[in-house]
Write a protein that binds this ligand. Sequence first.
Ligand SMILES: [Zn+2]
Length: 420
Amino acid sequence: MSETLERTKLRELQLRRVQELLEEILPRNRFYQHKLGNQRVKTWDDFLDLPLTTKAEIAEDQANNPPFGTDLTYEMERYTKLHQTSGTTGKAPIRVLDTPASWDWWARCWGHVYRGAGVGPGDRIFFAFSFGPFIGFWAAYEGAQKVGAMTVPGGGMQTEQRLRVMLDNEVTVLCCTPTYALRLAELAEQQNIDLANSKVRATIHAGEPGASIPGVRTRIEQAFGARCYDHTGMTELGATGFTCQAQAGVHLIETEFVFEVIDPSTRKPVPSGALGELVATNLGRAGMPMIRYRTGDLVQLDETLCTCGRTFARLNGGILGRADDMVVVRGVNVFPSAIEGVLREFPEVSEFRIEVFSQRSMAELKVLLDPRPGSENNLASRVANRLNERLLLRVPCELVAPGSLPRFELKAQRLVRRAD
Ligand SMILES: [Zn+2]
C-alpha cells in the first residue's frame, strides 16, 4: 500500500521521518553531532544543506575509534548484530552494527524485494551462498519470514550439491549473485540437468548489477525457465531497491530511504533523469544511521509511474556502474557492465576478464574470453565485431584455455587493472 503513495505524500512522509531520525540520534550520536553541529531540518532545503557522508569518513572514524567508530546512537549493549563490508579494494572492511529494531527494519525492506518478485507463502527460497560476515544474505534470509516463505539454506556446499538440494526440495525461488546463477546453469548443462523444467520460477540477485543487464538476465531466465529480478543494497545502508514484475528498472524503497542523484564532481543534484551518483539516507537504522551517504554507484533515475502501479522512483537499467569502475578509452566512457551485456549475448562465452592497461599513458582495454569447449571457432573476432558495433569502440579480444579464468560465488572481480 505504501508503495503506491502519491509522490507529494511520500515527500512529506520522508521529511517527517528525517526529522524523527535526527531527533533520535543527535542527542547521543557523536559522529553526527560533530558533523551536523547545530544544523536542523525544517524543510527540504535544510536537508539538502546537510553535509554528505562518505565511506572514507566512516572508515577513518572506525580506524581512529576502533573497532566500531562513533556513528553509534545507543550504548553498546543495545546492539545484537555485527556484519562487515567485503573490503575488496584492498582497504579495511567497514563494520556495521544493528539493534533488534534496525535488524527488523532490514527484514522489512527485504519484504519489499520479495513482494516485488511476487514471492510469498508457499514459496521455497534457496540461498545459494556461504553465510559469512556479508550482511545481504543474512538479511535476505530473515526477510523471507516477513512474506511467509520457506527458507532453504545453501551454505557449506559445492555447486553440485546445491543443484541437488534445489531440485530435491523443489525450490521455487533462487537467491544468489547473477554470476553464481550462471555458474549453476553452466554446471547443470555439463551434467545434463534440465534446470529450465525445474520448479524454480523466480531468481533474485544481489551483490552485482548483472540482473539488470539484458544479456545476463536473458541468459539466466532461459537457463532456469524463470523470471530474473534485481535487487540493490549496501551493507552501510540497507536493502535499497528491487525489480517488480514489470521488470522495468529497479524501484527504490522510498518509504524507508531518501534518495538523491548528484554530480560526483560538483556534488550538486543532476537534472531529473541524468546520469549521476546515488546518495541515500536510511530512515530506519537509527542505531548506526547514514545521512546523505555517497554510494559511489552511477544511476539514472526515472520518477514516472511504473505500469505495476508503484510510485517508487526507478533506476533505469539498475546500477550502471561504480563511479571508480568507469574507464575512458579514446574519449569514450565505458562501463564494464556494458561490455558484459554484449559478451553475455554469446552463449559460447563461459567466463571473461576485462583488462585495463595504459599504452602511451592512455587507458586501453583488452577482453579475455574463456570459451565453452568446442566453440572456439572465430569466437574472438565475432565478439570483437559485436563490441565494435555496440560500443563504437575497437576492443581486442583473446581466447584463453576453457575453464582457465576464475569462477566466482560472491562479488565477481572481472575488471583487472594492470600496472604496465
Ligand atoms: Zn514497477
